[in-house]
Ligand binder design. Sequence first.
Ligand SMILES: [Zn+2]
Ligand SMILES: [Zn+2]
Length: 408
Amino acid sequence: MLNTRQIFKVILASSLAAVSLFSSQRSPVDAEKTAERVLQQAIIIDTHADTPQMMLDEGYDLAQPESPYMVSIPKMRQGHLGAEFFSIWVDVTWPKQDLIHRALDLIEVVNEQVARHSDVLGMATTADEIVRIHLQGKFAILMGVEGGHIIEDDLRVLDIYSRLGVRYMTLTHTANTDWADSSGDQPKWTGLTDLGKQVVERMNRLGMMVDISHVSDKTFYDGLAVSKAPVIASHSSCRALCNVPRNMSDDMIRALAKNGGVMDINFYSGFLSQAYADANKKVEKQLNAELAAARARYASQGKRLPYPEEQKIERSVLKDLPAPSYTAIADHIDHAVQVGGVDHVGLGSDFDGIDSAPVGMEDVSKLPDLVRELARRGYSEQDLKKILGGNLLRVMRQVESVSRDMRK
Ligand SMILES: [Zn+2]
Ligand SMILES: [Zn+2]
């Protein structure tokens, strides 16, 4: 017979097991201490922010104290950020012959920012450089090209991007390229074409990470089969918690883990919360129509719609939608860890590329609250450091090593 004390213990143990599969939850005081230690020691790496468009189109300076955007130097400092991958993104509707020009302009403007603020920013192109810049007390800045359309079907453009310091490329954006299917489009190639496979091989050789965010499921599996190095999902969340094509199914998460890669959880409300995604669907048409009308108004005066104006329209249309709490990010991290393992999860905020962030994660300055939430959930310090950036550093090193071997 169990006495009362033993019965209590059994109940306690089973309820803790239900709350967290990894270890027991921490007391608030313990969690706070753990989070503080981790914030001091970890190199927090965010693999996706779309801020360069604001720099290029509006002369946005990262040092601006009252920044209207999600990423700025003061916010990075508050957020204990270690490294940011700035996205070199060009819209799929951009004139085809100007895609490379636009990308080069974006790369240039990121370099300008790093040069202008070299006291606090440093450009990194390797995992070791991220660590070195971090040890100097600076923020490491990296670049990833978002969308295979931006090479204009010319493999040599990959060489150029690589030489300019770009360290990943997302194989597609929201539309199919001429060699890969996107999750945002109707399947055309059943995954990767022969040229698509050559793109992946060339990226392996160059030491550029292959990014499978945005691609169709078939392109994902084809990419994994071809790539000689681990791949990343620079900004994707879990389909089991929010069923949208941009997120990864459990089977994809397992395949990515087997490949040794890392999926970096996207902070967009519509990828974290099913309720938000469903509600967003209902106002999507209205939002797009209002944005198109505003763009046309500005275009008639030979101007482009300014980003703050765009945000105002977005806020007014989306204001009643049920944005999730930032703890939803931790839910997705939990799920990805349960399915794929703690070595294959990271952070890919998508800041400045999203029109809704969770409540409590409005910009990069709020990252420490996510660390505290994860600490409360009982992750070990070592596992927290992996999720916050260690896993990405490992993948970068593996990609660098595969590149060295292939060039021999
Ligand atoms: Zn982006
Ligand atoms: Zn994206």
